[in-house]
Design a protein around this ligand. Structure first.
Ligand SMILES: NC(=O)c1ccc[n+]([C@@H]2O[C@H](COP(=O)([O-])OP(=O)(O)OC[C@H]3O[C@@H](n4cnc5c(N)ncnc54)[C@H](OP(=O)(O)O)[C@@H]3O)[C@@H](O)[C@H]2O)c1
Length: 298
């Protein structure tokens, strides 16, 4: 089975590559912008292509003969048209899928992709799911919840200020998952040749934690005071567009929107909570990933 993985150096994509690289049945085609870190996979027989998924020619040229295409949308926090960014990549992907008659597509979507508005960048994966469902292909949307790795963004501010700054109430809860568990579930979908038609694989993880509880777990594991700080919309936008962070204003607004949607429970899983997917506990995520990241930034 020839499998193309976009975002192959990303948080999820790189872990899918690790899951699949030693599978005898898989011939891997790995796509990324720069290819850094794919050398070992290449030595083991994967084909590596570097290029820009926003350039129509790139996907058109590299997907010939592919049986399964894992499509992800790279986050781009500097763009002025947040949803336009998704639409360009989606159009390029669909053109390549049609050109090469790719029979199976697995999308790295997001929870909340059943909602057409009010969810910031997640509207991009809503549009992608909707469009891909209309094609004559086997299609699975893998919908992960809030990545635990998002807290790695706050390594500096946790170390320097003992705080996680987000535009969301500390009392709000959502579903959290580690990217290694998302990659494992996605790899299972990619390897499973038994499913057909359109399906949704919603990954829930831990749905019982509030953002205040997240800060408490970080505090306990790091053994110094850590608090969650709920920024107002205006505070968040001006912090995220500052040069140190560098978001475009439209992306900063979309980032606020997605957090407010989580807070008011507009953005939540479409389907009842499932324990089916294995999920790392948040305290282990802090020990194994956040604590080393905080030490690295010293
Ligand atoms: N964060 C969340 O809580 C969350 C929740 C649900 C769903 N999601 C979805 O997951 C996505 C992010 O996944 P992730 O964190 O695994 O991504 P990531 O770690 O940011 O990885 C981005 C990947 O895309 C590649 N890339 C970046 N720009 C590119 C371009 N213009 N052309 C070709 N390749 C490009 C990068 O290649 P290089 O390394 O070579 O630059 C890298 O392989 C989001 O966009 C969203 O759709 C996120």
């Amino acid at each position: 089975m020839k499998i193309a993985i976009s975002g192959a150096t990303g948080q999820v994509g790189s872990k899918i590559v690790s899951q699949l690289i030693d599978e005898d049945s898989c011939e891997l085609v790995l796509l990324s912008r720069r290819g850094v870190g794919l050398e070992e996979a290449e030595r083991k027989g994967a084909t590596v292509y570097t290029g820009d998924v926003k350039e129509p020619a790139f996907l058109r040229e590299v997907l010939a003969g592919v049986d399964t295409f894992y499509l992800m949308f790279p986050p781009q926090n500097k763009v002025d048209d947040v949803i336009g960014h998704y639409q360009i990549i989606l159009d390029n992907a669909i053109a390549a899928i049609k050109k090469h008659h790719i029979p199976r597509v697995v999308l790295q979507s997001s929870y909340g992709s059943h909602l057409s508005s009010g969810t910031g960048p997640v509207v991009g994966t809503y549009l992608a799911e909707k469009a891909l469902r209309t094609l004559d292909i086997d299609f699975t949307a893998v919908r992960p919840s809030y990545f635990m790795e998002n807290f790695l963004w706050f390594a500096d501010s946790i170390r320097e200020n003992g705080a996680v700054f987000l535009p969301i109430s500390g009392e709000a809860s959502t579903c959290f998952m580690a990217t290694q568990d998302i990659a494992k579930a996605a790899a299972e979908v990619i390897l499973d040749t038994q499913w057909h038609g359109n399906q949704i694989k919603e990954l829930h993880g831990h749905c019982d934690l509030t953002f205040d509880q997240i800060a408490q777990i970080i505090e306990k594991e790091l053994n110094f005071p850590v608090k969650h700080v709920d920024l107002s919309d205006e505070e968040a936008i001006s912090a995220f567009v500052a040069p140190e962070v560098g978001f475009s204003r439209p992306y900063a607004k979309a980032f606020v929107e997605v957090h407010r949607a989580i807070e008011n429970q507009w953005l939540r899983p479409e389907f009842p909570h499932s324990q089916e997917t294995e999920t790392m506990a948040f305290d282990r995520f802090v020990r194994d990933f956040l604590r080393p990241a905080i030490a690295d930034t010293k």
